[in-house]
Design a protein around this ligand. Structure first.
Ligand code: 4AD
Ligand code: MG
Length: 430
């Protein structure tokens, strides 16, 4: 019977068939050890020359790193380690004997590994990262559905910008029309809330940012959420519950993967509401104390975020940024109109921004003024302005960057490993 390695615990003593790859092989005398992986997990197959036929022995001893194999055998519990099982082989079949594998013989630099991303994905660390990413995605869908958010799919081709015009990817959209690849589905979700109340999207977004940092990708996955009748403070409540749920799910379901990544789970276990909330003004004061030269009305740079979040043991909201450094759609703070009702959620341990969100400008005249101040093409925003003409309501939303969250939860220094095939300033392949 075919059996996934991850299910070995239920089949101790039983004969099973495993289909997978040999990620390492060694033999000594009349015994061969095949390190096996099948996608669900890792195990060791023990092949004894006396217990298998000649063809199986030949297959076992000629298997190379990353050969594909089918192995039949009996599941046995590891003599010393709990919840570790082995396969006592009774037959070995080599499906394809791999050529000499380019990865793994020595330490490799990031460029070599990224050039070989199509193979590197098989490494245990990369396997662990993708499985944690998958858990984060599922946890997000679960939490959103359980809190009455409806999935709304925003378009990828758009006629206008959402997050500023300097980072737009322009494409030809037949004849002489230009279109832009979406930077965020937010504006479309603002239309959809008047239909379904609360909604979210989840998909790839594109930023033609000429940044080569450990936090920037050209193509990344964003989850935007939007809710009618939710104000700035309520918006932060939603975010801290969602993020706490996601981290909890990873801690419960992905212990093995966190161990493979040698992630210290203590800081993750600390992630529960309420998160810290400080204003931009307070953040600037604190940063100045810590030695940053950030000005009163400046946006936080990546270094500022790193410096600041090293001081906190759980995620931190920074709210009420200067209007001048933030997007046109953010609602002004009535108690200080130079600032907006926004929040950036910063992950601790030096990670920095993982979510950007705000209450939205819901007044028609104020929004028209903002569109003009930002020199945005008014005609392209007519439909968006319409939303303030027909049953406008207070509403808020946010967008999370999946790869930034994966990097933080996995404890990775760079986002490039968090997405299966990263698109970077200098990389489009493989
Ligand atoms: O802060 P941003 O630009 O916000 C928006 O796009 C809003 N429209 C979202 C909304 O309110 N619905 O982007 C949201 C998040 C950031 O907090 C960050 O985590 C991630 O997207 N992000 C990036 N991740 C990887 N590479 C990049 N170049 C990123 N730019 C933003
Ligand atoms: Mg942002």
């Amino acid at each position: 019977m075919d059996c996934l390695i991850s299910r070995f615990g239920d089949h101790v003593g039983e004969p099973v068939t495993v289909r997978g790859w040999t990620h390492n092989v060694r033999s000594s005398g009349s015994i061969a050890f095949l390190q096996l992986r099948d996608g669900s997990g890792f195990t060791q197959a023990v092949v004894s020359k006396e217990k298998v036929d000649e063809a199986s022995w030949l297959a076992a001893t000629s298997a190379t790193i990353e050969s594909s194999v089918v192995i039949m055998g009996t599941v046995s519990a590891h003599p010393k380690k709990e919840e570790v099982y082995e396969l006592q082989a009774t037959a070995v079949e080599l499906l394809q004997r791999a050529e000499e594998y380019p990865i793994g013989k020595k330490e490799h630099g990031p460029d070599f590994l990224l050039d070989n991303r199509h193979l590197w994905l098989r490494a245990p660390s990369q396997w662990a990262i993708q499985r944690i990413r998958d858990t984060i995605i599922h946890a997000t869908y679960d939490w959103m559905r359980d809190h009455d958010f409806v999935k709304i799919d925003a378009p990828i081709f758009t006629p206008n910008a959402c997050e500023g015009t300097t980072e737009l990817f322009e494409v030809d959209y037949f004849e002489d029309r230009k279109a832009y690849l979406t930077q965020s589905g937010q504006l479309y979700l603002e239309a959809a809330i008047a239909s379904v109340g609360r909604c979210f999207d989840f998909g790839p977004v594109f930023r033609a940012e000429k940044s080569k940092t450990r936090r920037h990708l050209i193509e990344f996955w964003m989850m935007d959420a939007e809710a009618a009748f939710v104000d700035h403070a309520g918006n932060m409540d939603i975010q801290e519950q969602l993020i706490s749920f996601i981290v909890g799910q990873v801690l419960t379901r992905r212990r093995t993967e966190l161990q493979i990544l040698e992630r210290d789970v203590k800081p993750l276990e600390n992630v529960s509401p309420p998160f810290y909330r400080i204003t931009h003004a307070e953040a600037v004061a604190k940063l100045n104390e810590l030695g940053s030269d950030i000005g009163e009305m400046d946006d936080l740079g990546a270094d500022d975020e790193t410096l600041l979040t090293r001081q906190f043991d759980k995620p931190l909201f920074i709210e009420k940024y200067p209007a001048a450094v933030k997007a046109f759609y953010m609602k002004r703070d009535t108690s200080d109109p130079t600032r907006v009702l926004n929040s950036d959620l910063l992950a601790p341990e030096g990670y920095g921004e993982i979510i950007g969100g705000s209450q939205r400008e819901d007044d028609y005249d104020a929004l028209v003024a903002r569109v003009r101040e930002h020199n945005l093409p008014e005609h392209a925003f007519q439909w968006y302005l319409d939303l303030r003409r027909y049953g406008s309501v207070p509403h808020s939303g946010f967008g999370y960057g999946l790869e930034r969250i994966v990097a933080w939860i996995c404890g990775l220094p760079h986002v490039r490993e968090t997405i299966p095939f990263p698109r970077l300033l200098n990389r489009l392949e493989p």
